[in-house]
Design a protein around this ligand. Structure first.
Ligand SMILES: NC(=O)c1ccc[n+]([C@@H]2O[C@H](COP(=O)([O-])OP(=O)(O)OC[C@H]3O[C@@H](n4cnc5c(N)ncnc54)[C@H](O)[C@@H]3O)[C@@H](O)[C@H]2O)c1
Length: 341
């Protein structure tokens, strides 16, 4: 692995991963990103002039774009983060999710096959496993859990995983898949739970919480997801699937209360809103395979990770205020405002 094409590298996890790779390997990195509403090159200002970093504006659905970058930079490895990633948006309209998450993955797999690249890693999600019962805390998602998708987003991610399996099986290609739980940390777009709640609390606005707030998610600090992906790239046999999680389950409402407490704001700022349709109740990941086989473990406990994250949003108000203007506001109106009155 020497020259890596990181698709979706201007997004939340991709930009953190680029910095993680530059800091922890000697590899050259090409950030290949279409710059949708979620792509933000400001996430990467501190590596912009790094000799081992290049940015290419391109679309993973456009084979010519991908081929050009692969040939120009002698790419041997692709790590695919590029996706439409927000469940609420997939409920408002699924087409772009199918185009990018399924069609884009197919394009990358075709390039992998035709160019004989040495490795491909698909960044997938625990959401492909559906929802777990709340009253059976001993049950977690393993790599053997059947795919059961409940949202257009998870259906699109699962379809991409199935395509990866098909290309590996049929053509013997070197394909890996990681399925991670909910990430949190710096540079996360403030439509997702943790940054949205921090931004609302700092702005003195109501904090919209879906349903009864008792949906359970397993939270992992973003840099720990990055170290897991790098461990899989460097140490795993081809064809493996690895679950990645924090063993750190929280009710959404408890996360929101924790954020308010840390920011010294009252719980009266919480506003319960109509639940997301088909809202999965509980996700929990069994990460024993990646821990036992590859020796990976998270470096951050939640108490430290959430402190780092809140402090980052407090110190980087400019970043999220810019992000929250324009297109984001229109989307926010469409998705939440009717439910809040
Ligand atoms: N955020 C999470 O908690 C989480 C958890 C598990 C897995 N994942 C997966 O990790 C990946 C990254 O998630 P994220 O939260 O960083 O997403 P994000 O929405 O912050 O970033 C997505 C990036 O992909 C780019 N992109 C979108 N369509 C593209 C296209 N057609 N061609 C090129 N680039 C395109 C966007 O411009 C953006 O930079 C996704 O595949 C997501 O499914 C996310």
């Amino acid at each position: 692995m020497q020259n890596i094409l990181i698709t979706g590298g201007a997004g939340f996890i991709g930009s953190n991963f680029i910095k993680h790779v530059l800091d922890n390997t000697n590899c050259n990195v090409v950030n290949f990103d279409k710059l949708t509403y979620a792509g933000n090159l400001e996430n990467l200002v501190d590596v912009e002039f790094n000799d081992r970093y290049r940015f290419v504006k391109g679309d993973i659905c456009d084979k010519e774009d991908v081929l050009k970058a692969v040939k120009e930079y002698g790419i041997d490895t692709i790590v695919n983060f590029a996706a439409e990633s927000h469940v609420d948006r997939s409920i408002l309209g699924a087409k772009e999710f199918i185009n990018t998450n399924v069609g884009g993955t197919l394009t990358l797999l075709e390039v992998l096959k035709e160019q004989g690249l040495s490795k491909y890693l698909q960044v997938s999600t625990d959401e492909v496993y559906g929802s777990l019962p709340e009253d059976r805390p001993e049950i977690k998602f393993t790599e053997q859990t059947p795919i059961t998708t409940n949202s257009p987003y998870s259906a699109s991610k699962a379809s991409a995983d199935l395509l990866c399996n098909a290309f590996r099986h049929t053509f013997g290609l070197p394909i890996l898949i990681t399925r991670c739980s909910n990430n949190y940390g710096p540079y996360q777009f403030p439509e997702k739970l943790i940054p949205l709640m921090i931004a609302k609390a700092l702005g003195g606005e109501e904090l919209p919480v879906y349903g009864d707030g008792k949906n359970v998610r397993d939270w992992l600090y973003v840099d720990d997801h990055c170290s897991a992906i790098l461990a899989v790239l460097e140490k795993s046999r081809d064809g493996e699937v690895y679950n990645v999680g924090g063993n750190n389950e929280w009710y959404n409402i408890d996360i929101v209360k924790l954020i308010l407490k840390k920011l010294g704001r009252p719980e009266s700022m919480i506003k319960y809103v109509k639940d997301r349709p088909g809202h999965d109740r509980r996700y929990a990941i069994d990460s024993s395979k990646i821990m036992n086989e590859l020796g990976w473990k998270p470096a951050h406990v939640f108490e430290d990770g959430i402190e780092l994250t809140i402090n980052w949003y407090v110190e980087n108000e400019n970043w999220w205020k810019k992000v929250m203007s324009g297109e984001y506001l229109k989307y926010f109106e469409q998705n939440y405002s009717a439910k809040m009155h």
